[in-house]
Design a protein around this ligand. Sequence first.
Ligand code: CUA
Length: 593
Amino acid sequence: MSKRSSQSWILGAVLVAGLALAAACQAPSESPQDLASLSSRTYVPVGEWDKYYAFLSGGQSGGVFVYGLPSGRLIRSIPVYEPRAAYGYASVPGTESYERLAATGPMWGDTHHPILSESGGDYDGKSLWINDKANSRIARVDLRTFETKAIVKIPNLQATHGIAVISPDTSYIIANGEFRTEVPSGRVDVTAYSSMMAFLDPMTLEPRFEVLMPGNCDIADSSKDGRWAFTTMYNLEEAVTIEGMIQREEDAIGAIDIRAAEAALERGEFTMINGVKVIDPEKTTERVVYLIPVPKNPHGCDVTPDGKYVMGTGKLSPTVTVIDISKIDQVENLRDAIAGQPDVGLGPLHTTFDGRGNAYTSLFVDSQIVKWDIEKAIAGDPTYIVDRMDVHYNVGHTQATLAETMHPTGEYLLSLNKLSKDQFLPVGPTMPESQELIDISGEKMMMLASFPAEPEPHDAVFMLAKDLIPHVVQTEELAENAVPEDGSRVERVGPNEVHVYMTAIRSKYGLNDFTVKQGDKVTITITNIETIRDMSHGSANENYGINLALDPGQTRTVTFVAEKPGTYWYYCTWFCSALHLEMRGRMMVEASE
Ligand code: CUA
């Protein structure tokens, strides 16, 4: 029997077994009381906190959704590539966040993969990064304030897709440019097409170097020792049509040897392109890129928590390819680095882990999560499939709690489904996206709850609340340009330029009014001088398009030209006290002659 036909036979057997198992353990045998008791596991009493923060990519909302788990309560959405007046983020021209976002591209994004900073292979609660596939950007969110602090457009690539932290200490952030384009760009030249992997400074996000890659780079991960960056790769045909992209039977997991890349940089083996050191792996003394063959057009790329294996999840093939990381630079033929290739079901997309030796793979076509025993699958033990659970429907990403660290908690798994069909109240032709929370603490998976989201949740990461709470600040530290309690004033700094400084505290601005002249360039600086958490103020100038939201301790600045003469009230946009309605003042713009 050929390998392929034996795989099909096993797949058939597994599918039959899976169906029998599904019939035995799914809904019909569960009474309403059983289901209610399962869903009660997600109950978090009023006033109590969830055990986990769940960070979900906001898809085309352009931000990040933060849920509490297990309750599924939405506790914050973090705007990244989109404006949000409520948080004073990028909604008003002349403010710092607006100008920074506008300088990198449009005021919307397509976010896919949230990743968290690590120290010693575990989450350290400092930063979160999120890509914008549509505009080749990446951003960093500071987890002390849940605010976006840096955004860059990455040079020399298109479609920032897979991103990953280089474990164990966040030495780089890697970002794949999935689409093949000319490098350097600016002219149509198919022969110069390449995809790209960028290695970025974690804080500033400036590229330290980039590596030219064949085919299309898809999903990224890293080894646990900082040595390897991994990416799934498809279209090694380097075609430009869908038909052309699925001709060959094999594509690859790409492994970039970071030490070899750094050594190549030191030897000067790079070309400067648009200000970035670009390594062509075909021109280095030492080998930088290894392509381990996997069945064609793979998708997920996931490293096991113990750092032993990297897994390429099949997509078009019903298999997961398990690669022994320690063998990559030891074997003559890279096929010998493949430890196993278990069949798991139809349309496998992503694989996640519980830290107890089990993998969980999402099956897009079968609409299932399949749990399988990694070492049994490698050993060829036919009982490697442990459990299957139906999800609703067509799951894309799946993540288990802390699965990307060296210490997964193996408690919950989120199934991020592409279709919800009959799960929620209809809202027109497009239904809400669906996320399902599954308990994976026992031998069998248990479906706990389902909750909808805005389009479209794509991937998720989790932090234990106890590990993040100590990092979250209660008030902002006063900035250098903070207006002190007695510092409210108006300064004319030029014939047509005025600086206005004022404080905000319950429930009064430092200036009851101020006057400028039509045509003046006005810079307003406001400091919320509250010293306790949760006392926010705002300042919206009626009919002037200006709104600043201010956390306790925060200073914000806006610059604009006072073009419209007349009286414009500014008022507080956060309900801060019983006198909140009275918290306002007047900006008077005197008409020029
Ligand atoms: Cu300050 Cu309402």
